[in-house]
Design a protein. Structure first.
Length: 362
């Protein structure tokens, strides 16, 4: 329903144009918005008018108008004045508020539809029937983006995101929880994943959220049909979680870039524990000291290149070889051998995943 602030802004705009005082009250006589400074509501007059069959009425120097929603009385508009010009202005004002009700109702219906679509709460036949009624095209490319920050989401943050899209009716901005804002973006024919990366960076920069800890934007794959939007949403949600586990430094995370992290994320914890135990027996990759972990990360970062790794670590090549030999004796894995390196890399990712899941349990 229309907020009182929107009603107040509307009345003030109408007053500025027509130089007429307005007041909107509900069916119980409560003032919702007003430009009057001294108008006192007479509850008897209000109830008498509300219960009457008349759409408008002149009562003690004030014009009363009914504003209905689907033939149900929603508001009573009070306008100061008795002449014909005041009556005409009152009818125009009532018509304006009536249109606001319709517009906000349609907006709410679309928002409700998109939320249920994202959460898979609609049957296939309902998706297309309701989309047709709401004038939402079914067969156009779309992608779902999720913006998550450490800041608590509020109405203003959603409105800020909406303002970035210029009020385009083809894009939908909504929320299904308290932590994130969801954008269902309709794409042009020439738009793809590169444009989604740029759009994500633009959103973060414009809202002043870039480089802030805990801020991420994730997006799913581009889908061609409305019924597939929920899949893009689930992919974006997974990308958000997987990104926080394995790519914490990234602000923009695409589902298509998750790689092996996407597979590990779907493994059951008991299987992960079994894998770590088989590889390292009673040890764990995160038991190593800081120096060893830094060496391992830099070695992987340089694609197992001993010379480049030692150069970037500012150590002698033989020192690096000594560290790798020591690690081999401890784990039985030689990181200079591709197969062992793959096993170790996966083990590190599995441990990171297990640690993340433990934090969720608490």
């Amino acid at each position: 329903m229309i907020s009182n602030q929107v009603l107040q802004n509307t009345l003030e705009g109408l007053k500025e144009i027509s130089r007429t005082e307005f007041c909107v009250i509900d069916t119980e006589g409560k003032v919702l918005a007003s430009t009057f400074t001294d108008y006192v509501i007479n509850q008897v007059d209000v109830q008498a008018f509300a219960n009457s069959q008349a759409d408008s009425q002149l009562v003690k120097g004030y014009q009363y108008f009914k504003v209905c929603d689907d033939h149900q009385l929603e508001y009573i508009l009070v306008v100061h004045g008795e002449d014909e010009d005041t009556y005409m202005v009152g009818k125009l004002a009532a018509f304006q508020i009536q249109n606001l009700i319709v517009a906000y109702k349609e907006r709410f219906d679309k928002d409700s539809f998109i939320k249920n679509l994202l959460l898979d709460n609609l049957l296939l036949v309902d998706i297309y029937n309701r989309a047709k009624k709401l004038h939402i095209e079914a067969d156009v490319p779309r992608v779902v983006l999720i913006l998550e920050t450490m800041q608590e989401k509020d109405h203003n943050s959603i409105e800020s995101v909406k303002s970035l899209f210029g009020g385009k009716s083809k894009d939908f901005i909504t929320a299904v929880d308290e932590k994130s804002i969801i954008i269902v973006k309709e794409l042009a024919e020439n738009e793809g994943y590169a444009e989604m990366d740029r759009l994500s960076e633009t959103i973060l920069t414009t809202l002043g959220l870039n480089k802030q800890p805990g801020t991420h934007i994730a997006y799913g794959t581009i889908v061609k049909e409305l019924k597939e939007v929920s899949r893009s949403y689930k992919e974006a949600r997974m990308a958000l979680d997987v990104g926080k586990i394995f790519f914490g430094e990234r602000e923009v995370i695409a589902y298509s870039s998750l790689g092996i992290g996407r597979l590990i994320y779907q493994l059951p914890i008991p299987l992960c524990k079994m894998f770590i135990k088989e590889i390292f027996e009673n040890k764990s990759p995160d038991d190593f000291d800081e120096e060893t972990l830094v060496t391992i990360d830099k070695f992987f970062e340089n694609s197992l290149n001993v010379s480049e790794t030692s150069r970037q670590l500012y150590i002698h090549r033989n020192t690096l070889v000594y560290r790798l030999d020591k690690l081999q004796k401890s784990t039985g894995l030689d990181l200079r051998v591709f197969e062992d390196a793959i096993t170790f890399k996966i083990a590190l990712m599995v441990v990171r995943y297990m640690k993340y899941m433990e934090t969720l349990e608490y």
